[in-house]
Design a protein around this ligand. Structure first.
Ligand SMILES: Nc1nc2c(ncn2[C@@H]2O[C@H](COP(=O)(O)OP(=O)(O)OP(=O)(O)O)[C@@H](O)[C@H]2O)c(=O)[nH]1
Ligand SMILES: [Mg+2]
Length: 435
């Protein structure tokens, strides 16, 4: 067991509310990172292109906004937080001022100021991202005009899947190019287009995309909106599944959930090809299993895991931490009940929810999983097994699409606004603010 001094920071694999995070930091005297915070750190570390950097900054900003809480310090005065978080300001100061008609106060001003700064920056980032999106749109339109063989349009195939499923490795293998592949999560943040020739001789474009992850809040999806646009607009989707992942069903349903959220039409989801990757690994794994066995029975391990999970449940964290540091902290409900009208104008409608709610993927959405229960094709992107079969399948699916288009079953969708999911901002406003 590590001594407290040896620990630099604590990561909690759950979504913490701002208050929970802050209370834990107070008790432990260490920075505490939750699941969303960690994802954002990774986004930032992996963002290299201009667009990816903008998107990562927007994600960080949205997260920061949800962390804006007001706390009263141990000495009873308004505080900016023990750890220098300038965004943490007093709620009780505001409560005390209620009824007197006095709405000002240092804490509130600071909070409003912070919110305003965040709102301004968000608008600027959104308009820059929108600009990148426009360029992308023009390029896409130009690509569509380019003809493939026999006058067929140049089809785009988006490669989607959970992070680390092997999307980049597969895209590289299919297009015989070298894309950046890595064991790290979110190795790819930008969509990359590469061309390839199908067995029929048809020329197509493969688009490698950012990976999905469970509990990825919709606010983060907003940040990657222009990247995900490639997916919505693609002619065909390849869903890469890591067949070695222990929680494969959760991965699959997460991917379906995100695709639904970003507005991929039902028709395209049905037509999607499910590719189970890393089949080479499966064989090796069985041989290796006994080396990894630590001598514990499976039941014992499960029990331990359950205990750990119980310890980390949000409620227990909230209770413990609120008790342990009652003087320095405030109750979350109390804060929400005091949710003032004065700041509301800074937030759009959907943002007036508690911060813990803000970062949660709705439960029912998780059940919104794949109807299909097996792979269309099993491959190994590393060894090349199954890739030929996959290429034939893509050819087949695309010509099926052509047929449908000819018979008028499919209507071309060039209209962005008809998408199911749209970000919480209104287009006109964003542009007015950004120009
Ligand atoms: N054994 C085995 N490993 C694979 C296979 N395909 C990919 N990998 C490995 O899986 C890891 C992730 O591969 P990537 O292609 O970067 O995965 P990705 O889905 O693009 O990941 P992100 O961009 O981070 O979302 C790398 O270490 C690959 O070498 C495969 O067919 N077999
Ligand atoms: Mg990748």
């Amino acid at each position: 067991m590590l001594a407290q001094e040896e620990v630099d920071a604590v990561f909690i694999n759950a979504i913490l509310s701002a208050i929970q995070q802050r209370n834990l930091e107070r008790i432990w005297g260490k920075p505490v990172l939750d699941r969303v915070g960690l994802i954002i750190e990774i986004f930032n570390a992996h963002a290299h292109t201009k667009e990816a950097k903008l998107q990562a900054e927007l994600a960080a900003l949205m997260y920061k906004k949800s962390r804006l809480v007001r706390v009263r310090g141990t000495d009873g005065r308004q505080t900016f937080g023990q750890f220098g978080e300038a965004e943490v300001v007093s709620a009780r100061g505001r409560a005390a001022s209620k009824g007197t008609g006095f709405v000002g106060g240092a804490g509130e001003t600071e909070l409003q100021l912070q919110r305003r700064r965040i709102a301004d920056r968000r608008l600027r980032l959104l308009s820059q991202i929108k600009e990148a999106q426009r360029t992308r749109l023009l390029q896409r339109a130009a690509r569509k005009r380019q003809s493939g063989l026999e006058g067929k349009s140049l089809a785009t195939i988006a490669v989607v899947g959970y992070t680390n499923a092997g999307k980049s490795t597969l895209t590289s293998a299919l297009t015989r190019t070298a894309l950046y592949c890595n064991e790290r999560l979110f190795a790819t943040l930008d969509p990359t287009l590469k061309n390839a020739i199908l067995p029929s001789g048809r020329k197509v474009l493969f688009s490698d995309t950012v990976g999905f992850i469970s509990d990825l809040p919709i606010q983060l999806v907003e940040a990657f909106q222009s990247t995900l646009e490639e997916v919505v607009e693609a002619d065909l989707l390849l869903h890469v599944v890591d067949s070695t992942a222990p929680n494969i069903e959760e991965h699959r349903s997460t991917v379906f959930h995100v695709l639904n959220q970003i507005g991929v039409p039902e028709e395209k989801l049905k037509n999607m090809i499910e590719v189970w990757n890393k089949i080479d690994y499966e064989e090796e794994e069985e041989e290796d299993m006994h080396y990894l066995d630590d001598g514990k029975g499976e039941e014992e391990e499960e029990e331990e895991e359950e205990e750990e999970e119980a310890e980390l449940s949000e409620d227990s964290i909230a209770e413990e931490t609120l008790e342990a540091s009652s003087e320095a902290t405030v109750d979350e409900d109390q804060i929400q009940n005091q949710e003032d009208d004065s700041d509301e104008w800074l937030l759009s409608e959907d943002e007036n929810v508690s911060d813990s709610e803000l970062w949660k993927v709705p439960e029912e959405a998780k059940e919104d999983a794949a109807q299909k229960s097996g792979p269309d094709v099993r491959v190994s992107a590393l060894t090349g097994v199954g890739l030929k079969e996959l290429m034939y399948l893509i050819d087949e699916k695309l010509s099926g699409e052509d047929e449908k288009r000819k018979s008028g079953t499919i209507v071309e969708r060039n209209d962005f606004q008809s998408r199911k999911w749209r970000p919480s901002f209104k287009d006109g406003e964003e542009f007015a603010a950004g120009q």
